[in-house]
Design a protein around this ligand. Structure first.
Ligand code: DHB
Ligand code: FE
Length: 288
């Protein structure tokens, strides 16, 4: 059977992608950010998964305001990096895993979560920046990401957005789905976006280190309690885009301890301010 070996959590700041693509990662502004991922890139080579189930949000790129699925699962063979206004990022096409994605869609919908099935979709910085941070730069033509990726897009852009509780419960259902797939795949689940940031209005530039670090502590030790945090607390404390953090609860809900297994091992924890307008947070949790 397939198994979830670990969960990874990381911010997805688009300027990080630009810094990498334009060869600026060695600059003094960016160096502390990328230093925080040196461990992670090494860890990825030592703990290479067969598939990454990547929870992220689309930023009105694949889905415009014409159509806004709350939860969308990418079931295609491949996903092209999107043109977000400056041309597509020079990174490899993302290979999907249609067979596992279709199985997860079947199982999760049968567990009473309504998913939108997406058979054609471009992927924006929400998905490609976490891949770059964890896997390093890859040549767009001759290179490849280390394994297939199932994109799972969550609406955290246009209200109403799903609650942390619903995301956490969905993570439990995704775990059951993955662990009922009849092939011995090593699957990682990633929760991305966050941490505190607000991009517009009078509070633009808001960062809340205290909130972010308390969120990381509670995500590790008390995810069930964290799932009760109402959406308005994210917006008040972590800024309007801080709501992206509810996606981390999907990945956390899929970990073994939530289903009665042992507590995960914290393999890595990193926090840094600033990166563009965002606080960067990052965790790697391993199932024992
Ligand atoms: C920034 C952060 C985001 O999450 C995003 O989607 C766009 C911009 C920023 O920090 O500039
Ligand atoms: Fe974002």
């Amino acid at each position: 059977m397939a198994k979830i070996s670990a969960s990874v959590y990381t911010s997805h700041v688009p300027a990080i992608g630009a810094a990498l693509d334009l060869g600026k990662s060695g600059e003094s502004y960016w160096q502390p950010v990328f230093n925080g991922y040196d461990f992670s890139k090494h860890w990825m080579t030592e703990n290479k998964p067969d598939v990454i189930f990547l929870v992220y949000n689309d930023h009105a790129t694949a889905f415009s305001l014409d159509m806004i699925p709350t939860f969308a699962i990418g079931c295609a063979e491949s996903f092209t990096p999107a043109d977000e206004g400056w041309g597509p990022r020079p990174v490899p096409v993302v290979r999907g895993h249609p067979e596992l994605a279709a199985h997860i869609a079947q199982s999760v919908i049968q567990q009473d979560f309504d998913l939108t099935i997406v058979n054609k979709m471009d992927v924006d910085h929400g998905l490609t920046v976490p891949l770059s941070l964890m896997c390093g730069q890859q040549d767009p033509v001759t290179g490849a990401w280390p394994c297939p990726v199932i994109p799972f897009a969550v609406n955290v852009v246009q209200y109403p957005v799903p609650s942390g509780r619903r995301c956490f419960e969905l993570g439990k259902a995704i775990r059951k789905a993955i662990e009922s797939f009849d092939k011995p795949l090593n699957v990682q689940i990633w929760g991305t976006g966050g941490m505190s940031h607000q991009l517009q209005g009078p509070r633009a530039g808001l960062i809340n280190k205290e909130f972010d670090n308390a969120f990381l502590d509670q995500l590790i030790a008390d995810p069930e309690g964290l799932a009760s945090k109402p959406h308005i607390d994210y917006v008040r404390e972590a800024g309007s885009e801080g709501i992206e953090l509810v996606m981390w609860l999907i990945a956390r809900g899929a970990m073994a301890d939530v289903a009665g297994g042992p507590a995960p091992k914290v393999a890595h924890r990193f926090y840094h301010v600033p990166a563009s307008n965002t606080a960067v947070g990052h965790l790697i949790l391993e199932n024992k």
